[in-house]
Design a binder for this molecule. Structure first.
Ligand SMILES: CCc1nc(N)nc(N)c1OCCCOc1ncccc1N1CCC(C(F)(F)F)CC1
Length: 163
C-alpha cells in the first residue's frame, strides 16, 4: 500500500482555486511544495496539470501522473492514468503526493495517510474550487507557526495524520 500524502494550499473559507488558477502568489509556499514533493511521484487531475505554467510541466525531479478518463489524453513528460486506482496501482509501495485538484482530493481522501495544508490568510471572494473537508478521522499533529511572507501575507504550514 502506498503511503499517500495530500498537499494543498488554501485561503480563507477553503478556497484553493479560481477559474483554473491559484488566486495568489506565495513563493514561500511554492518552495515548501517543491521541497516536500521533490523525489516522490506526484498525482494530479487533468485540470491541475493544465493549470501548471509550461515551465513546470512536467514538475522536474519526480514522476508526474495525470489522472484523466480520456484515453486519448496526452500529457507530455507525464504518465496518464485512467483513474486514481490505476495511478495508485502504478505506484506500488512508493510514497506519493496527491497535488490537486479539488475533485482528486475528495476522491483520494479515504486513501490518504497524511495531509499537508498551507493555510493562507487571504480572502478569495470569487473562488470556485475548494479544499476537501478534513473529517474527524484526522488529527492536527503540527499546527505550524504563523509566518509572514515577503509580500506581507500571513500563512502557516499544517500537518494532519489519520487517527
Ligand atoms: C505550488 C502551489 C501548491 N502549493 C501547495 N502547498 N500544494 C499544492 N498542491 C500546490 O499546487 C501545485 C500545483 C499548482 O502549482 C502551480 N500553480 C500555479 C503556478 C505555479 C505552480 N507551481 C510552482 C512551483 C512548482 C514546483 F515544481 F517548483 F514545485 C510547481 C508548480
Amino acid at each position: 500500500m502506498t503511503v499517500l500524502g495530500m498537499i494543498w494550499a488554501e485561503a480563507n473559507g477553503g478556497a484553493i482555486g479560481r477559474r483554473g488558477e491559484m488566486p495568489w502568489h506565495l513563493p514561500e509556499d511554492l518552495a515548501y511544495f517543491k521541497r516536500v514533493t521533490l523525489g516522490d511521484p506526484v498525482v494530479m487531475g487533468r485540470r491541475t496539470w493544465e493549470s501548471l505554467p509550461e515551465r513546470f510541466r512536467p514538475l522536474p525531479g519526480r514522476e508526474n501522473i495525470v489522472v484523466s478518463r480520456d484515453a486519448a489524453y496526452v500529457a507530455s513528460g507525464a504518465v496518464v492514468s485512467s483513474s486514481l486506482e490505476a495511478a495508485l496501482d502504478r505506484l506500488g509501495e512508493q510514497r506519493a503526493w496527491i497535488m490537486g485538484g479539488g475533485q482528486l482530493y475528495r476522491e483520494a481522501m479515504p486513501k490518504a495517510n497524511e495531509l499537508l495544508v498551507t493555510r493562507i490568510d487571504i480572502d478569495v471572494p470569487d473562488a470556485d474550487t475548494f479544499a476537501p473537508e478534513i473529517g474527524s478521522a484526522w488529527v492536527l499533529v503540527d499546527r505550524g507557526e504563523t509566518l509572514t511572507a515577503a509580500n506581507g501575507t500571513s500563512y502557516r504550514f499544517e500537518r494532519y495524520e489519520r487517527l
